[in-house]
Design a protein around this ligand. Structure first.
Ligand SMILES: [Zn+2]
Length: 481
């Protein structure tokens, strides 16, 4: 008798859980992941936000169409084993589920799903791998609202030409960032130079900013050590763009204030910033789709455009099986993306007496510091011990500034390229490390939950500060060498 009761109760429990979103099954039995997912999205949660809801504004005032994200969530799947992450990544890929982030150090994968696609994904996973232990969280419950909250209201008083700090009150579009470069050059003509390095597919300028106070011309005998910082290679990672602008700004400010370290760095080094490495993609996130990642180049498929610039470099470029519709599409050959090829030409043709000692590529998110190589775990980076020590130094300086704990790991491990080789192919990190920079890292900025790519503007300055402290650490390391 008892087993029949158990079976009946279970079936009823499942039915209730599905229909009514009940949280608990009888006898303390664990819910199936898809039932848990449905109960997570069905929970009523009071909104904890000062911001108005996007739906209360007139549609003509929306910067982009927020309705395109309606009914979408960001689901976090936590697992215990690293191998399970790769399995989940492959499953998401097969089912065309968009992967936001994949963190080996924190053992989670974040997926952008609808109710239907989330259920389909979880049913597929539990059907194929019934023993996999999945812990679910809902990272973003109201995706259109989270997208909306990254754009600030246009009526805010933020004339940064009068009070420069105001630039960091909100995220800035491409035009404003380039205007800000001009303002900086006008304010600090002796310290700053803006260089045009090429054009994008849609005809936008790609601009680099060089910062130095060094007076005498460098020579092969007395070269000028350079630290390169790039950001915005992935269009939706806005916090990376604001952070490199913040570092640039703080170096200038601290130099002007006569701060000892900033004086030492700018007097003896050269900083080269490429704050918006993907201008077309970045512009697209401001006008059309906040979650766009690639550039905007035409591909062989007329329905799908865009190349993932960060897979497009020539060091171990791999032509993956991804179609042009994929978010990771690397192009048909190395340097097919105009941005990577323009950057390569620029570095090859200019400033040979400016050896690049350090390179940092800013991304979001997961709070991690990654060191080379990305394409494989079987090739060891040169000077590995010092490289890792330096990465821990960067992490420590962040922790001492904000208390945030950035994990240190190899890029290959982070990307899972030990198990899925194409994942880490053709990256900017490997290209720079192999060809140009002695020390090179990727920094994946905040956060580790709650917002992902949609980090609200109030975090611009805190993230800027913690990464500026790591850049100072890196610069001290470079000047000592
Ligand atoms: Zn990225």
């Amino acid at each position: 008798m008892f087993p029949i009761v158990l079976v009946l109760t279970l079936l009823l429990g499942q039915a209730f859980a599905r229909d009514w979103g009940l949280l608990q099954l009888p006898f303390g039995l664990k819910k199936s992941p898809e039932v848990e997912f449905i109960s997570l999205i069905d929970q009523t949660v009071t909104r904890n936000s000062d911001s108005v809801h996007y739906s209360s504004l007139a549609k003509e005032d929306w910067p982009i169409d927020f309705d395109q994200y309606r009914g979408q969530y960001v689901l976090r799947v936590n697992v215990a084993a690293k191998e399970d992450l790769n399995t989940l990544y492959t499953a998401a890929h097969e089912l065309n589920v968009s992967v936001w982030e994949f963190s080996v150090s924190k053992r989670f994968i974040d997926l952008q799903v609808s109710k239907e696609s989330g259920v389909e994904f979880l049913q597929h996973v539990t059907g194929q791998w019934p023993d996999m232990d999945l812990q679910l969280d809902l990272v973003v419950r109201d995706l259109p609202q989270a997208v909306f909250e990254t754009y600030s209201s246009p009526d805010e008083d933020d004339d940064f030409s009068v009070q420069q700090d105001l630039f960091f009150k909100r995220y800035r579009d491409l035009k404003t960032i380039y205007q800000w470069f001009d303002l900086l050059v006008a304010t600090y003509p002796d310290l700053l130079e803006v260089e045009w390095i090429g054009q994008t597919y849609e005809g936008r300028d790609i601009k680099a900013v060089r910062l130095t106070a060094h007076k005498s011309e460098p020579s092969p005998e007395k070269p000028l050590k350079t630290l390169v910082i790039t950001s915005g290679i992935h269009a939706r990672e806005w916090i990376s763009v604001s952070t490199s602008c913040y570092i640039l700004y703080r170096l200038l400010q601290d130099y002007e204030k006569g701060k000892k370290k900033a004086r030492l760095y700018l007097d003896s080094m050269d900083f080269l910033f490429l704050p918006v490495m993907n201008p077309d993609g970045y512009e697209h996130t401001w006008t059309t789709d906040r979650l766009w990642r690639k550039n905007k180049q035409q591909t062989y498929n007329p329905r799908c455009f865009g190349i993932d610039i960060d897979h497009s470099f020539n060091f171990h470029f791999t032509k993956s099986e991804d179609s042009p519709c994929s978010e990771n599409y690397p192009g048909e050959g190395a340097f097919e993306s105009l941005e990577s090829s323009v950057w390569d030409n620029y570095l090859n043709e200019t400033k040979h007496d400016h050896p690049i000692y350090g390179y940092i590529d800013l991304h979001s998110y997961a709070e991690e510091i990654l060191y080379p190589y990305a394409y494989t775990c079987s090739e060891k980076p040169r000077d590995e011990e010092n490289l890792i020590e330096l990465a821990y130094g960067l992490s420590q300086s962040i922790r001492l500034t904000s208390g945030k704990s950035y994990a240190v790991l190899s890029a290959c491990e982070d990307k899972g390229s030990d198990l899925l080789p194409a994942m880490g192919a053709g990256s900017a990190l490997d290209y720079m490390y192999h060809n140009k920079a002695y020390w090179a890292f990727v920094l994946k900025l905040r956060d580790t939950g709650s917002h992902g790519f949609l980090l609200p503007p109030k975090f611009i300055v805190p993230v800027g500060k913690e990464i500026y402290s790591s850049i100072k650490y890196f610069s001290s390391f470079v000047t000592d060498k």
